[in-house]
Design a protein around this ligand. Structure first.
Ligand SMILES: [Zn+2]
Length: 327
């Protein structure tokens, strides 16, 4: 690199670097229209040991407190055994692995270096949003309607969070319809510090196969949502992007407790520009706590004892997040 190029790189580094963001100083390469950095450069900033677990396919990074797994050409990654979906695929060029800078900043760093609140800003109140309601039943399996089960789960969760000393607000406590954009606004009006939307999933085909839990947070500006199919290239910024790091940490902590404490398939932390997340003016996630369309998983969802376990896991995820940001 000549001196002028070196100066440019270090200037770019100065513009974006912060104490928690060592990746900002690393040399960048453009791939798939996004900025990428070398995995080994980034690994050097965190004292990671890098090891191919499958040559040119799967690479593992370990240090004394964490393990990361990346798969070449894939969006799917693991942080300490929990699946997260990256915005851009991991790339291999001439034997060198590259990670997208946006993913380092919005998916990896928030989990590995939790964004802290100042001491004077504790998490006091959580707003629970039982999905659907009133004229909107959500998913339907026979007589069973999603809106009833999200409300039952919210009531269990409310009790557990209150018992842990948190104040709990709700967007609905009965069978009433609330427009999507109003829901996070209700959270803000009730002075909540976190917004947690509760849902159950369903599919029309492959009902026997598709099961498990997934937690969504808002897609970062400039990237596609996890389930976008290429044609819907909405990469716009939303008000909720102010909380990208906290959104990701909350989603990760909830997914982690769900998959570690319950016998459920890990469908991962995903990103979406859902209406309830877009304009949330507080950290927000949407939990899909299982498939009503799966023969066995649905039986569990309709069972009060299992829903209690679900609520316990979600509450523990929220409490883990609270400890991390308040520490
Ligand atoms: Zn739903």
């Amino acid at each position: 690199m000549n001196l002028a190029a070196a100066a440019l790189v270090s200037l770019a580094g100065l513009l974006t670097a912060s104490a928690q963001n060592p990746s900002g100083k690393l040399e960048r390469t453009s791939l798939f229209g996004s900025e990428y950095i070398r995995l080994t450069d980034w690994a050097g900033t965190g004292h990671w040991q890098v090891l191919w677990t499958r040559r040119n396919e799967e690479v593992q990074l370990t240090n004394s407190w964490s393990k990361l797994v990346f798969t070449v050409d894939s969006h799917r990654a693991e942080i300490n055994g929990v699946t997260i979906f990256l915005s851009s695929p991991v790339a291999l060029r001439n034997g060198t692995v590259f990670l997208s800078l946006l993913d380092v900043e919005t998916a990896l760093n928030p989990v590995l270096f939790p964004p802290r609140n100042t001491v004077s800003v504790p998490i006091v109140r959580v707003c629970l949003d039982p999905g659907h309601g009133g004229k909107d039943p959500g998913n339907e399996e026979g007589r069973r309607q999603e809106k009833d089960y999200t409300l039952l789960l919210a009531r269990d969760l409310r009790e557990l969070l209150a018992a842990s000393g948190l104040k709990v607000a709700v967007t609905r406590n009965g069978d009433n319809f609330i427009p999507l954009p109003d829901r996070s606004e209700l959270a803000r009006k009730q002075d909540a510090d976190l917004f947690v939307s509760l849902h159950f999933n369903a599919v029309l085909a492959d009902k026997e196969e598709i099961k498990g839990v997934e937690v969504y947070c808002l897609t970062p500006a400039g990237s596609e949502s996890t389930n976008a199919r290429g044609d819907s290239a909405d990469t716009s910024a939303c008000a909720g992007n102010r909380f990208d790091a906290k959104n990701m940490l909350l989603a990760y902590e909830v997914q982690k407790t769900l998959v570690r404490t319950l016998p459920v398939e890990d469908r991962g932390v995903k990103r979406a520009r859902f209406a309830v997340l877009r304009n949330a003016r507080l950290p927000a996630v949407l939990i899909e706590a299982g498939f009503m369309s799966h023969p066995q998983e649905s039986k569990r969802i309709f069972d009060p004892q299992y829903r209690r376990q679900l609520a316990r896991a979600i509450a523990d995820g929220i409490l883990a997040y609270k400890r991390l940001v308040e520490r």
